[in-house]
Design a protein around this ligand. Structure first.
Ligand SMILES: *Cc1c(COP(=O)(O)O)cnc(C)c1O
Length: 414
């Protein structure tokens, strides 16, 4: 029974979160997703127009008219929902078409769609690996990979973040296993750094290991034609499994996939639990995603603009005297180290018309708080100039311009 005492128990936990300053406030978007959005914040306040600098809308396709139109057509032609998981009666011809288009785009043999990339990651390890295999993963892999790995029976080991020497040690240690699978993100979402996939593939060859890359923060825009991290490092034919999402650069609605060698994909189709037990991607979203792949295969214009925006923002924000992490990716962490400082500055940025969020423990390690800025091809130069000017103004207010880590930490503590 949900007694007064039970309620008190859970209410106390919520109070505890608030007291620690870790409470996530509600913000409501009252417009389509885009560079300019209308927001209700705090709850009940009048709608305000602000610039969005924290969406995964890398290619600006979330509300693109061609994608919206394709989704409408898909809705008319194939209905609203499948009322079925993939394997019973939830696979239409358009699901097959999107799978084939993804294989061509990523340069793989086969692809299997899932309701989300979280589900792809939840299914792939258990479907492919056995108890005498080992997974060796970067220590900062995405939470959904960690959860997927927990669901499988293979051995699990880790290597220090992007540390190839340490990975080599672990590969040597696990030569007795049936197979070795190296698992990593292509682009790490909190730091905006790219793992050195060329070196990683060399090690995989030397020590007979397979490679799985989650390219959710890369598909569509990293690499010369946007194929992903494997294109960027010239190893398109050396990755065994790619997982990625349609919920970020590739349209931003939902859905995910596993892509790679035919046998591995066939095993996922036979055994992956989200394929067997969770509903199919909706027809309208499949149709929209097909249009996305067509658009970005036909032209690199959007990823080129994103690249320009990224370079420009990184240059300008550094020149303004702020510390940023990562390299070459549209994820730009503005490092502030102190959690309260990150939270306060993000709130002040909102008052300047810039929607950004402070990230702190447990989303990033303690003492590594930041405001994570994400660029989009939907941003114009004037948007970026406004964001940089706001950072400069708010940075000055807090007296952190030109300070390095030591300086900021001396002033605000960790
Ligand atoms: C966002 C993300 C996911 C989850 O994708 P969904 O399709 O939203 O479930 C998985 N892996 C990584 C690396 C991500 O950044």
């Amino acid at each position: 029974m949900y007694t007064k005492e039970t309620r008190g128990l859970f209410a106390a936990e919520i109070e505890n979160i608030k007291e620690k300053g870790l409470y996530k406030e509600k913000r409501f978007i009252c417009s389509p997703q885009g560079a300019e959005i209308e927001v209700e914040y705090p709850e009940g306040a009048a709608h305000e127009k602000v610039l969005n600098f924290c969406a995964n809308n890398y290619l600006g396709l979330s509300s693109h008219p061609d994608v919206v139109e394709a989704a409408h057509k898909g809705l008319d032609a194939r209905g609203y929902g499948m009322s079925s998981v993939r394997f019973i009666c939830g696979t239409q011809d358009i699901h097959r078409e999107l799978q084939d288009k993804m294989s061509a785009f990523l340069g793989t043999e086969a692809t299997l769609l899932f309701p989300s990339c979280m589900d792809a990651n939840a299914g792939v390890f258990e479907a492919v690996l056995e108890a005498d295999d080992v997974i060796i993963a970067d220590r900062l892999i995405h939470a959904s990979l960690v959860d997927g790995i927990r669901l499988c029976s293979a051995n699990y080991d880790t290597f220090k973040h992007m540390n190839m020497k340490h990975l080599e040690k672990k590969l040597i240690l696990h030569q007795d296993k049936r197979t070795r699978l190296i698992v990593t993100d292509g682009v790490f979402s909190m730091d905006g750094d790219l793992i050195q996939l060329d070196e990683l593939c060399d090690l995989a060859d030397k020590y007979d290991a397979m490679v799985l890359v989650d390219d959710s923060h890369a598909s569509g825009f990293i690499g010369k034609t946007g194929r992903g991290t494997h294109e960027h490092f010239g190893v398109m034919d050396r990755i065994d499994l790619i997982t990625t999402t349609f919920g970020k650069g590739l349209g931003g609605a939902s859905g995910g996939c596993v892509s790679g060698h035919a046998e591995l994909i066939e095993l996922c189709r036979q055994k992956a639990r989200p394929y067997l037990f969770s509903n199919s991607m909706a027809p309208s979203i499949v149709a929209g995603s097909i249009k996305v792949i067509e658009l970005i295969t036909a032209s690199t214009e959007r990823r080129d603009k994103l690249e320009w925006n990224t370079k420009y923002f990184r240059e300008q924000i550094t020149a303004a005297g702020l510390q940023v992490g990562g390299q070459d990716t549209p994820i730009v962490p503005v490092m502030l180290y102190n959690a309260k400082l990150a939270n306060d500055m993000a709130r002040d940025m909102y008052a300047e018309g810039i929607y950004v969020i402070g990230f702190f423990f447990p989303v990033v390690p303690a003492g590594a708080a930041r405001i994570r800025v994400q660029l989009s091809a939907a941003h114009e130069k004037a948007h970026i100039d406004k964001a940089v000017a706001a950072f400069k103004k708010i940075g000055e207010k807090y007296g952190i311009l030109g300070l390095d880590k030591k300086g900021i930490v001396e002033k605000y503590g960790l």
